[in-house]
Ligand binder design. Structure first.
Ligand SMILES: [Zn+2]
Length: 303
């Protein structure tokens, strides 16, 4: 429910390509996704949007070479300000509409950049900087596109500063259906009160950074999911790694050193067995991996 094919700064890549090899990178991504397909995974949900280097043509080429379905997103990823492109647009507009909303809606209804490939959900972020004016603008634009299209929302949150609560308040103010909102990176938290506040309001918890044990150790990640399941929240959680086939935030050897388990196989190799050991049932795992994602995308009627 939260994996990336590519996370890139496209402007850096274009100007400082280094040893970037388009064909090799696309082939590598397809191979990694095919390996995941062989584990029985049919679909990944990829919240790569503006700010993370979305290139829909590259994704389409990867998709052509794998049987995995790649569900793509629209939205904007920033922790503070909006890109300069948006800084002066949308001010003093006659309709009062934010052009960002119009762009997101078009990605969902018409398709992205003339490809006909439609985004199925919306992505925004709120980190420990909190609700800056830029972040608030993106949250409200995302909520506007959600209201117009019914597409669900994934928010990158920072549980350490409880930023999910601010996101929830703003989205609720805009009339968002919180049962169609994933509070991403909730799995970085062990604070059950914080997590229950989000879940009790209807939000889904993204327990979605398995393998990033430098942020929270494996044992604490699985213990938290197991305890929430025991308390009746299995239908409010989704599981994932937030891993990427390729991410330029780190040198490849860095990832091997600080997060050796941060890859698409970790859930199947380590996480699911550890959850079963802790009393999570196969039915609850099925709920987290299949039924809840279906409800998130389709709404109650599709569940
Ligand atoms: Zn992510």
């Amino acid at each position: 429910m939260h994996e990336h094919v590519f996370v890139l700064n496209e402007e850096i890549r274009l100007n400082y390509p280094g040893d970037w090899d388009e064909e090799a990178r696309v082939a590598d991504a397809a191979a990694k996704l095919n390996a995941l397909r062989a584990r029985g995974c049919d679909t990944i949900v990829d919240p790569t949007v503006i700010g993370l280097g979305r290139d829909i043509r590259r994704i389409r080429e990867v998709a052509r070479r794998t049987e995995i379905n790649i569900v793509v997103a629209t939205g904007l990823y920033t922790y503070d300000d909006v890109p300069f492109y948006f800084r002066f647009r949308g001010r003093h507009s006659e309709s009062g509409a934010d052009p960002m909303t119009t762009m997101f809606v078009a990605d969902i209804t018409d398709g992205i950049a003339g490809t006909g490939v439609k985004a199925a959900f919306l992505k925004c972020a709120i980190e420990d900087q909190g609700l800056t004016p830029g972040v608030e603008r993106v949250l409200r634009a995302v909520a506007g596109a959600h209201a117009e299209t019914g597409a669900p929302i994934t928010v990158h949150t920072h549980p350490g500063s409880e930023s999910g609560l601010d996101a929830m308040r703003v989205l609720a103010e805009e009339g968002a259906d919180l049962s169609r909102v994933v509070m991403g990176h909730s799995g970085d938290a062990t604070d059950l009160d914080y997590l229950a506040r989000l879940a009790d309001a209807g939000c889904l918890l993204g327990m979605d950074r398995f393998g990033l044990n430098a942020l929270l150790p494996f044992e604490q990640r699985v213990d938290t999911v197991a305890e929430l399941a025991r308390r009746g929240y299995a239908d409010r959680m989704v599981l994932s790694h937030d891993a990427a086939c390729y991410i330029d935030w780190f040198r490849p050897e860095q990832i091997g050193a600080f997060a050796p388990d941060w890859h698409f196989g970790h859930l199947f190799d380590d996480v699911l067995p550890a959850l079963l050991e802790r009393g999570v049932t196969q039915a609850q795992i099925e709920t987290m991996l299949v039924a809840t994602p279906r409800r998130y995308f389709c709404g109650p009627a599709g569940a």
